[in-house]
Ligand binder design. Structure first.
Ligand code: KG4
Ligand code: ZN
Length: 322
């Protein structure tokens, strides 16, 4: 009998629910994006996001269960994102998960958001640890060595801005919308990556720094004035970010003799980053399909299957467990 998990994700601005069988097979994955709601503010407004999740989370869960053809009593566990994320939005997802767990007497599983991004790579693949993961999201940038499903050793991380955060800030400088990553990604395809020579951030080991790069783009934009060569700026910025991400991750792979490389998080949707890894990596590269790179609930259900331990109904978003 397949093990069925319901995942619920509300860490930021996507209300998502999914049902996954054996951590690999997506039976349904539903998502309600709040991008339009926050677009007018140029970024996520936490209180507005939390209220919207409260309004929609039960509907999205029902939608996911119906699409999967699974009744709540058939579930082996109900998993929610416990953090990191916005406290108010996390609470909305956790409360919904607890209600279902209590009402249908099902195990409740608290899942770490970063680990669940990595677990997106188990969906529709036969991937198994050990591997090196590059986790690049809006809040984190880390190179992690996973020896088994649950434990990852952080080899390096950003000392300031996350890669996704740098994308979002530079997009704002270029007058592109929110979220900035996909907009820069698209625009960069029409630009010259060698038009401007932006610094990649000089930090030793496997750590990163993106704040200097962001400032360099700002200075350049101020000097150039309007109209900006936006496509060239986007392509040159993207070249600097992806170059250092690829260089350090491949160094880690070689040094640790890794047999597989895994990309995870919203920035893993980036066309140029994926192409670079696929063409340069000496070991097989796994990256989730684009829709499963950014926040979704299928990855939460996968994480529950591979790494989750049931928690009591007293679980809180302040003490994350997985
Ligand atoms: O993982 P995610 O959905 O949420 C967090 O956990 O942070 O990542 C969102 C981040 C945003 O900064 C967004 O701009 C970036 O991922 N992103 C991209 C692309 N798609 C999303 N960055 C670069 N290229 C993309 N195609
Ligand atoms: Zn995320």
């Amino acid at each position: 009998m397949a093990k069925l998990y319901l995942g619920i994700e509300t860490s930021c601005d996507e209300t998502a629910a999914a049902v996954v069988a054996d951590g690999r097979r997506v039976l349904s994955s539903k998502l309600l994006s709040q991008i339009e709601l926050h677009g007018q503010f140029g970024g996520v407004v936490p209180e507005v996001a939390a209220r919207k999740h409260l309004e929609t989370v039960n509907l999205v869960i029902e939608d996911a269960l119906t699409a999967a053809g699974v009744a709540p009593v058939e579930l082996d566990g109900i998993a929610f994102t416990a953090g990191p994320g916005l406290v108010g939005t996390l609470l909305a997802g956790m409360s919904a998960a607890k209600s279902y767990a209590w009402a249908f007497d099902r195990p409740l599983i608290a899942v770490d958001h970063l680990l669940s991004h990595v677990c997106a790579n188990y969906l529709d693949t036969d991937l198994e640890p050990p591997f090196i993961a590059l986790l690049v999201s809006g809040g984190h940038t880390q190179i992690v060595h996973f020896e088994d499903y649950r434990t990852g050793k952080i080899l390096g991380q950003t000392l300031d801005d996350a890669a996704g955060e740098a994308y979002d800030k530079v997009a704002r400088l270029l007058g592109l919308g929110y979220p900035g990553g996909p907009a820069i990604d698209q625009l960069a395809q029409a630009g010259n990556p060698r038009a401007f020579n932006f610094p990649e951030g000089v930090v030793s080991g496997y750590d990163f720094s993106f704040s200097g790069l962001k400032t360099a783009v700002l200075r350049c934009v101020q000097k150039l004035g309007q109209p900006l060569p936006a496509a060239d700026l986007a392509a040159s910025f993207q070249e600097a970010v992806t170059k250092v991400l690829v260089k350090k991750t491949l160094q880690a792979c070689v040094q640790l003799n890794a047999r597989r490389l895994v990309l995870a998080g919203g920035v893993a949707a980036n066309i140029t980053l994926r192409e670079k890894f696929l063409s340069m990596s000496p070991v097989p590269v796994y990256c989730p399909q684009v829709a499963l790179c950014t926040d979704n609930a299928a990855m939460v259900a996968a994480a529950a299957f591979f790494c989750g331990v049931p928690v009591g109904l007293e679980a809180s978003v302040y003490s994350r467990q997985c």
